[in-house]
Design a protein around this ligand. Structure first.
Ligand code: TRH
Length: 377
């Protein structure tokens, strides 16, 4: 059944909002044959993830998705069959009125942020009555069977495993980014917000007995990195060595290439929502820089995810991982937590693949949305 979907997204900051809705839009088209219009108020964010996107176009098509600039002054258009407001952004009032008036019923969904908290399962799929008699349904991504699942394209895990098994493909890909890894070097990627803990972590890595290559896409952490390296500036392509640690600054690459970077690395430091999930699909140990919230709500989210994630890990490995994530999030000294992790690498590596396989065995979020619409009809 081919339906027409609209996805509305305001870019709060960074890339996650555009990143998640762009993935969802593409998957609805490519895997479910749906017609999709994506409304974005900031095309510059999208253009970082999809360089073909034209930041000046009011309307354009990319890989079958109609992308429209969400104008400040809304011009009436016919609403779609399914209208998704991403992350509780406010739909134009005139559009809601048009949804009320539409002859065919409209399914109105609010796609929420990803969280592992307990209450999410109880709220997933609940309707709320809106003025005008419409119902809005809350759709929660999540890690448990009572949620809407996780964004995952068809065949993703198989493609990732094939790539990881292919040393030539990995080397070619890294070379395309200007990276030449030395034999035996451990690869770590770093995509994070500013963090006072960075210097203590890099000290620890640089003083280890084995070599590490740290790959840092350009972004908010660069200033902290530059200070630790004590260099006047850092730009894409720059490389530095401190003890056992080599550091290289990478360009910000398109979304698909960032996936491959995660697949190449032994350990990934990620942030926000989308890169956090992609690192899980990479099947490798990770460190999450959760998006900090002013009211401290991110701490509950971090703990909720940790308690789910460490299930099945031996206590020593679970404790070491939890401690590392907590100190990184708190921005305090990382040295002891990093060395405590050293003995746990084999456990953590096997666990990351197990966790990925367990999550990938569930229906993905896009399929769950399509099913939700079919059931609602
Ligand atoms: O950019 P973020 O910090 O986005 C955040 C989160 O979404 C957070 O939940 C939200 O509240 C806040 O924005 C407003 O982190 P995130 O979610 O990982 O998004 C980054 C996107 O950038 C993701 O889609 C991956 C992509 N990316 C690339 O495409 N190329 C790159 O080189 C890199 C480093 C990232």
């Amino acid at each position: 059944m081919r339906a027409f979907w609209e996805i509305f997204c305001t870019v709060v900051d960074n890339y996650g909002d555009a990143g998640v809705t762009w993935r969802l839009a593409r998957q609805l088209v490519a895997e479910h044959g749906q017609r999709v219009r994506l409304w974005l108020d900031d095309l510059a964010a999208l253009a970082r993830l999809c360089p073909e996107a034209d930041v000046d176009a009011a309307r354009q098509w990319q890989v079958g998705v109609e992308i429209c600039r969400w104008p400040v002054h809304w011009q009436p258009v016919e609403p779609a069959d399914v209208v998704i407001e991403a992350f509780a952004c406010r739909l134009p009032e005139a559009h809601v009125a048009a949804m009320v008036d539409r002859r065919r019923r409209v399914l109105w969904l609010n796609l929420e942020y990803l969280s592992a908290e307990d209450w999410v399962g109880g709220c997933h799929g609940l309707p709320s009555l809106q003025p005008g008699g419409l119902q809005k349904f809350f759709f929660f991504p999540g890690f448990t069977t009572d949620t809407g699942g996780l964004l995952r394209e068809r065949g993703l895990i198989e493609r990732r495993r094939a790539f990881q098994a292919d040393a030539v493909a990995r080397a070619d890909f890294l070379r395309s980014l200007g990276v030449q890894a030395c034999p035996g070097e451990r690869l770590i990627s770093l995509f994070a917000y500013e963090n006072a803990a960075l210097s203590s972590w890099l000290e620890a890595v640089a003083s280890e007995g084995h070599p590490t290559l740290l790959l840092v896409p350009e972004g908010r952490i660069l200033d902290d990195l530059r200070r630790w390296l004590a260099v006047p500036s850092l730009a894409v392509g720059d490389g530095q060595r401190r003890g056992a640690l080599r550091v290289q600054v990478l360009p910000f690459v398109r979304q698909e290439a960032y996936d491959r970077l995660l697949w190449c690395c032994d350990f990934n430091v990620v942030r926000g929502e989308d890169s956090f999930l992609r690192a899980q699909w990479a099947g490798r140990p990770l460190l999450w820089h959760i998006y900090p919230q002013a009211d401290g709500a991110h701490r509950d989210k971090l703990e909720a995810f940790l308690s789910l994630y460490v299930e099945g890990l031996p206590p020593a490995a679970a404790g070491a991982l939890q401690e590392l994530w907590r100190v990184w999030s708190a921005g305090v000294a990382m040295g002891p937590a990093w060395s405590a992790l050293a003995d746990q690498w084999p456990e953590l590596r096997a666990h990351a693949e197990r966790w990925c396989a367990r999550q990938a065995a569930r229906p993905d979020l896009t399929a769950a949305l399509v099913q939700f619409y079919a059931d609602w009809l």
